[in-house]
Design a protein around this ligand. Structure first.
Ligand SMILES: [Fe+2]
Length: 130
């Protein structure tokens, strides 16, 4: 089986693992804008030592391009680990991050999220330049 066949997708309102991409539908050429990617917006995903979102990578593929480009990689490093044991530590990184981008051509943003228990999940959002 190919790894790509293991990338899951679903309606983010019903499935807590699907990344939610918040970005404008339309931007001006080279206008700086924010893209926030989070997860579990309707149904919270756990953030515990034994079960958490480890990273989200954001890609952009302009219309007509053969390959996607990596725009940002957001690593969520702390999940309550401690010398006293799992979930005894004081620090948890929440699985939400914002990238600041500018684009010159219309295309599609893709987010790929990794849960340490439930694998890879993707979502996408079109964005127009005009
Ligand atoms: Fe999970």
């Amino acid at each position: 089986m190919k790894l790509t066949e293991q990338i899951q997708t679903a309606d983010w309102k019903k499935e807590k693992h699907v990344p939610v991409i918040e970005a404008p539908d339309q931007v001006k050429p080279d206008e700086i804008f924010r893209v926030t990617v989070t997860l579990g917006k309707e149904m919270a995903h756990p953030n515990k030592t034994e079960h958490h979102i480890r990273w989200i990578t954001l890609y952009y593929q302009e219309e007509g391009a053969k390959y996607p480009r990596q725009a940002a990689h957001m690593e969520f490093s702390a999940h309550g680990e401690s010398i006293e044991g799992p979930d005894k530590g004081p620090l948890y990184t929440h699985h939400e991050a914002t990238a600041t981008l500018k684009i010159s051509k219309s295309g599609t943003l893709y987010a790929l999220a990794y849960c340490n228990i439930h694998g890879l999940w993707q979502s996408e959002k079109s964005i127009a330049v005009s």
